[in-house]
Design a protein around this ligand. Structure first.
Ligand SMILES: [Zn+2]
Length: 62
């Protein structure tokens, strides 16, 4: 009897985690620094929520 074995590359899960982390960081930077109401139908809810953090990090907004 012959067992069929497959080997998965060990780097695949690690690359997946790195890709998810990069996506999360990119989304966070966008939400904190650049979102001006695009995602909330023109209301600057996220802009106001992150306003102090935006100024603390040195991103211009007004
Ligand atoms: Zn401001």
């Amino acid at each position: 009897m012959t067992a069929i074995t497959t080997t998965m590359p060990k780097t695949a899960p690690r690359l997946g985690r790195i890709a998810l982390l990069a996506l999360a960081l990119t989304a966070t930077v966008f939400l904190v620094a650049f979102e001006q109401g695009t995602l909330t139908g023109g209301l600057p809810v996220l802009h106001e929520a992150f306003h102090d953090a935006r100024h603390l990090l040195g991103f211009p907004c007004h």
